[in-house]
Every structure is written in C-alpha cells, then in structure tokens.
Design a protein around this ligand. Structure first.
Ligand code: NI
Length: 267
C-alpha cells in the first residue's frame, strides 16, 4: 500500500503549547506521512520564529503576517519588515491576516487598514495570502475583490466558517478553502458547505494547537491529527481518502510553490 502523504497548510508550532515536545511533534507528523508543514505567523515575533523553525527543519515552511487580533499597534514599518522577511526562501505565503469582527480584539478601522496593507504586499510579491475572517465575510470578500482588480491575487480562506454563498464567492475569486477540525464536530454545519467545494480547491489544515478534530476535541491539536479531518472530507464527498490526500497535497504544492518532489519521496 502506498504511503498516504499530506500537507498541513496551517500550524502554529512556534506557540508555547509546543515548547515541551516540539521536535517530537514534528517527527511524529513526518513519520505519519505529513510531508509538509506550513507554520503561520500571527505577529512579528511568531513570523520570525516560524522562519527559524523552517530553516532548521526539512519539510517545514513559513508564512509571515499579523493576525487581526494583533494589529492594534501595527505600522507600515512593521509591514515593510515582514516584507523583507518574506524574501527568505522558505517563506511561501503572507498570513495569517484578515478581519475578525467576532472577537474585535483590535479596532475594526485598524483591522481594515492592516489587512489592506497585507493584501497589497501579497499581490506585489505574488505570494499567496492566508486569510482569517470571522463575522466579517462580506467585507473580507470585498477587500479581496478590490485588490484582485489590481492584479493576480491567490490564497486561502482558512478555518472556513462561512455558508454556501460565501464559499461560492471565495471560489469565484479563484481562492482556496480549508476546514479545521471543527468540521468533525457534532452539529457542525460545515459538512453541508464542504459538499459544494470541489476537491481541486481544498487544502488540509489542523490550525494546531487549536480546534482538534474528534475524538481529541478540547485537547491540544497537532499535525498528526490531520488524517481525521481528511477522513471526514472523504466521507462527506464520498471519495477515497487517498484521493483527498493526493489532490489536496497537489493543491498545496501548486498554491505555495512547494517542491513537487514532496510527492515523489515515498518509500
Ligand atoms: Ni491560525
């Protein structure tokens, strides 16, 4: 039987939650067929930490950005610094960036301003953008559309929480969609949305250490649980798990420009 390879396109392995066993977590992922890990930044410090992690580990890449929760104090100088950091060969995306009007931890006006800066940076550099949006789908889509009119902009709406109409708009803009472990939760309406998202536009992610799939709900999430969400996707879309993994891995390679040899390196 071929090894089932997958790419976890959204992890926060630099977080404190992984201080006790970071190396083991990465090794465990690798041993279980997770051939790629994309560490996503939430501020300057975590973006830098992600780059260091990527430098020191084969199969780990980094995205740099500032989460909408953390943009209150951000200036254009910070964005420029991240733009410089993004020149690193293992930086493959801008993220995570976006709008969060659910928790409103930063002033909305500031969130809009920062998100606009990052969208521009992503387009100018031709790097995909990893978008966090919560209770702000309409405005997020509008901002992405406006930036897309200036030139090609690609990316992913991560930890998707919108409805079918939002999903259709995201797909219409040429963006990808990924679901977190909450797809597996009882009473989740996300499976209904997933039915309308073609495999060609799906990515896999855990968002570790957050939102672990069942039966690990309430505990720390880690990349090795990615297969549980992938299994749920296979079930909802009524296709073999191997097809979900092969397609989403190919999607991740294409969107983030990862080496195609990731697939070919099986035993
Ligand atoms: Ni995240």
């Amino acid at each position: 039987m071929p090894r089932l390879l997958a790419v976890d396109t959204h992890v926060h392995l630099d977080f404190e939650a992984f201080d006790p066993d970071r190396e083991e977590v990465i090794l465990r992922a690798r041993e279980n067929g997770i051939v790629g890990l994309l560490n996503v930044g939430i501020d300057l410090r975590s973006s830098e930490a992600g780059i260091r992690l990527a430098e020191s580990h084969e199969g780990v890449w980094a995205a740099v950005g500032v989460h909408p929760h953390d943009v209150a104090e951000i200036t254009t100088a910070h964005v420029e610094a991240l733009g410089e950091a993004a020149k690193h060969p293992k930086v493959v995306a801008i993220g995570e960036v976006g709008l969060d009007f659910y928790r409103d931890l930063s002033p909305r006006e500031k969130q809009r301003e920062a998100f606009a800066w990052f969208l521009e940076l992503a387009r100018e550099r031709q790097l995909p953008v990893i978008i966090h949006t919560r209770a702000a789908h309409k405005e997020t889509l509008e901002m992405v559309r406006r930036e897309s009119e200036k030139g090609l902009l690609r990316g992913v709406f991560h930890c998707f929480s919108g409805d079918r109409e939002v999903a259709e708009e995201v797909l219409g803009l040429g963006f990808h969609i990924s679901f977190c472990g909450n797809l597996t939760y009882k009473n989740s309406r996300l499976a209904e949305v997933l039915r309308f998202v073609p495999l060609e536009r799906l990515l896999l992610e855990t968002d570790s250490p957050f939102l672990p799939p069942e039966p690990h709900r309430g505990k720390r999430n880690e990349p090795v649980y990615l297969h549980l969400t992938a299994r749920k996707i296979a079930e909802v879309k009524a296709v073999p798990l191997s097809e979900v993994l092969a397609r989403t891995t190919q999607n991740a390679i294409e969107l983030f420009g990862l080496p195609p040899s990731l697939i070919g390196e099986g035993d």
